[in-house]
Write a protein that binds this ligand. Structure first.
Ligand code: BDR
Ligand code: CA
Length: 314
């Protein structure tokens, strides 16, 4: 039986691959896509989610627009990595899919309420929408089977010495969600930097030889070029789809139960996820943290999904 999920995302190059993996893997039942501001302004991330579905032939999944900024402070889009429209690189086709009339929180609440089985939430951007959801609908927390988030890090950050972008973009939201009682899994930079988009990976995807694969390679080339320019990494990391891969095939990664606290104050460390792997604080574990990725298996899952969707969308 496939696992029902909702992706809450800020596409974003790697978010697009998370959507494709969810739609193209037989173990996953993608029930909805919601958008949040993060990598780009909400107009861009929402447009890009519709583009991601259009090019992949994903027509039966509702897409709804969410929060236009964090709970506190200003939106600071990751234009240096993802470009001015959050999806730099390929020419984007006009979406042929209509945006759902509902806002993101309403769509998530409706899907949770209507579902007979509990649903897994897969946020791959700042946790703003999910914080709004648990605050507005605490009665629905029990309908959430779990939440697997790309964000945070067990070590160093990528926007400040200790903060990862999605956590840094809305630390208060991450804190609220962690405290909400949802079964929380963190897929941080410590594991996502194992999913490197090497030249060989790009060649493997190009060899799938479909318009979708070609579009995907253009995304990957752009993403790698900005990672090289701004992070000194010529093979950028494909962070977000690791979340979906772990649901589709749990053996793709190892993980550990531990304690996470989000730094919402710190003068140097706002947005840091303090992951107490060595149990210094002696506080109860409140999360699962992903540690090691089966890199070869991960890329095979991506290839298989792009192959499956490429057949339908060609
Ligand atoms: C995260 O931030 C965004 O740039 C990516 O889409 C990913 O979700 C990595 O820090
Ligand atoms: Ca993202």
């Amino acid at each position: 039986m496939s696992i029902p999920i909702i992706i809450d995302c800020d596409p974003g190059h790697d978010d697009v691959f998370a959507i494709w993996l969810a739609a193209g893997n037989p173990n996953i039942d993608l029930r909805a896509i919601t958008t949040v501001a993060g990598n780009g302004r909400i107009e861009h991330t929402t447009h890009n989610a519709l583009v991601a579905c259009t090019v992949a032939g994903i027509r039966d999944v509702p897409v709804a627009r969410g929060a236009s900024g964090p709970l506190k402070g200003e939106l600071r889009p990751a234009e240096w990595i993802h470009g001015a429209n959050a999806l730099g690189g390929p020419v984007l086709p006009a979406p042929t899919i209509e945006l759902d009339d509902r806002d993101a929180v309403t769509l998530i609440a409706d899907v949770l309420t209507a579902s007979e089985e509990p649903v897994v939430l897969v946020p791959t951007g700042p946790l703003t929408n999910i914080a709004h959801l648990v605050q507005r609908h605490p009665e629905l927390v029990s309908k959430i089977e779990g939440l697997i988030w790309m964000g945070g890090s067990t070590g160093r950050g990528n926007v400040s010495p200790y903060a990862e972008f999605n956590a840094w973009a809305d630390p208060e939201a991450a804190d609220i969600v962690l405290r909400s009682g949802v079964d929380f899994t963190m897929v941080g930079l410590n594991i996502s930097h194992q999913a490197l988009i090497t030249r060989e990976v790009r060649a493997r995807i190009a060899a799938l030889d479909s318009p979708l694969a070609a579009f995907g390679v253009e995304l990957l080339e752009y993403f790698c070029s900005t990672y090289e320019q701004f992070e000194g990494m010529p093979d950028g990391p494909l962070h977000d789809p690791i979340t979906v891969a772990m649901l589709a095939e749990p053996s793709v990664a190892t993980s550990v139960r531990t304690r996470i606290d989000v730094e919402c104050e710190g003068t140097q460390t706002r947005g840091a996820t303090c992951v107490d792997l060595l149990n210094f604080l002696q506080r109860p574990a409140n999360a699962t943290v992903a540690l090691d990725l089966d890199v070869e298996r991960f890329w095979s899952l991506i290839e298989d999904a792009v192959t499956a969707l490429g057949r339908v969308s060609a």
